[in-house]
Write a protein that binds this ligand. Sequence first.
Ligand code: ADP
Ligand code: MG
Length: 659
Amino acid sequence: MLKDIKGVGPKILNLLNKLGIYTSQDLIDFFPFKYNTIEPTLLTQGPVVITGIVETTPITTYIKKSLNKLSFRIETKDQLVNIVIFNRAFMKNNLRRGMEITVLGEYDEKRNTITASNIMLKSIDKPYIEPVYHTTSGISSKLISNLINNCLETHPEVIDYIPEYLVQQYDYPDKQTSTYLIHNPDDLSTMQKSIERAKYEELFRFMFKINYLKSCRTEVDGLSRTIEEDVVREFISSLSFELTKDQQSAIEDIVHDLHVSKRMNRLLLGDVGSGKTIVAVASVFYNFRSGYQSALLAPTEILATQHYFNITKMFESFDIRVELLKGKTTKKERTRILEDLKNGSIDLLIGTHAVLESDVQFANLGLVITDEQHRFGVNQRSIFQNKGKLSDVLYMSATPIPRTYALTIYGDMDISIIKTKPNGRKEITTILKTQREIKDVLSMMLEEIKRGYSVYVVCPLIEPSDEMKLMDAITLREKLNSAFGNKVPIGLLHGRMKPQEKEEVMEAFKDGETRILVSTTVIEVGVDVPNATMMIIWNAERFGLASIHQLRGRIGRNSLESTCILISESKSERLKVLVDSSDGFYISEQDFKMRGEGDLFGVRQSGDMVFKIANLQADMQLLTKANIDSQKFIEENKDDSFAEYPQYVEITESLSHLD
Ligand code: ADP
Ligand code: MG
């Protein structure tokens, strides 16, 4: 237990929770985000790293209430040097005469004094690699490092998910050693090998799940439908617009899958605004005509509600009954819906994944559709597949990722892609601005608001951070309030709010009660606020291109001119890609080539798509290896149900929970 680790009291426990650490395993898996290398230097004017022996007992001077000074002398191999360090009075007792220490700081030759920024209670004779952890105020990187080591000392069992033969094949250190080395690196090469091992393990587990689902799928039969594939035309011709070619062929793919008896497990990939909903609705139509019920799941209630209103309208002239099931649905209403679902009089049920709870029973569920699939994890894929035992499954995602990638991380699915956008939509104008041009940006915002439109403002952090000089949502809202003299109502949205709160904030923005929405990247994918015509992204250099592209898909949702403003310190080449192109697939390829940090083609990671150390984009080669290796591993062990690998028995069981 986390609280049993030496050094973890209630206060620290709280801070660890704030960092997302709840168990000792979380703590061990809290990997450094970077390493600093500290190397001994010569004693010359300027920054130095010097090892020496403490020669005098340190003296503490209290200068002010919040300022104290510790002074002493050390003997280096050539000379005596004065050391001063501020606000470390507490170190006094640790610095005994005769001890060897290393001082990091600035050397002033005239005064023969180092003003130290840090003191290490040991000597270093070769480059020292120091892990650096993300922190929050009240807890330092050093403290985290100590806690991790306390935990490693007592943490009894280590489960290694890499099969032994692969550990040997890649010449990886054993897991315990490599975990230790990641947190306490000795030298560069063993450290890198250890990190590679941890990444590979994570990717292997991930690809195992996907490939396992794939291997199970080939064995299942599905429903077969006898009605002709072209009955779907009746619905298509009722639309007020022409479908794009890609929409048509996606519908053909799906209807064909539904028609034949093999179970469908298809992913519909299409950029934001490419018109995936209509494809889903056409599929529901065909499924309905062939006598089955459908379920459509959205990741949030706002999206579900939006779908409900749009789809009800599209089905107006057909005798198709659509219902919406929400968390807020009253008990009476819910009972009625569940009853009608069971007796088969509801044809399409729309809702969040609560629709898959076990008390929600369908008479004859034939098709399950999930919108914004990247918001659900791999484990949830198996829930979708298992709801109606034979139902076909369609996943939709607005994540334009390169095809080879899609084939890996969605390897258990067939894929249809919508590349082109419907005509008649205005392109979004994207412009770059530097920090110094903020005034311009503010007046553009005000202009837009005066014209009656709404503005999204996105920034990378929720609250101020000591570690990173980046804009945060809380500060930004205050700044905007004072810039606009509190005359413009401003909403605030971020990931630490409860779902209920988030929905209320989104709702208020949608209804125009707030005119500016300041948020982190949590803005709901797929939410339509047609009146929003401007998006401003602060510290745009911190985001992946594909993320920004996804974000700006929130605007330009009608025939109005829309503008996206990217604010960054410098006008980088990378961001120019966004000015020049609005093709999500092209942008994701460029993003991939430029290897932007930490961004999975804008896939907001969730569920078990969250990686602690691996990065799907930067670790493409390891991912490919993990893909091939896990397939082989499954082929060789599936027949005896992974008897030799208990850790995988558990995973396969978690992937096959049936109704
Ligand atoms: P997304 O793929 O992001 O889910 P939607 O399905 O929400 O996109 O579609 C975006 C908008 O484009 C909707 O208002 C929809 O009615 C409209 N639309 C979809 N297909 C076409 C088309 N072929 N021609 C014109 N408008 C279309
Ligand atoms: Mg959509």
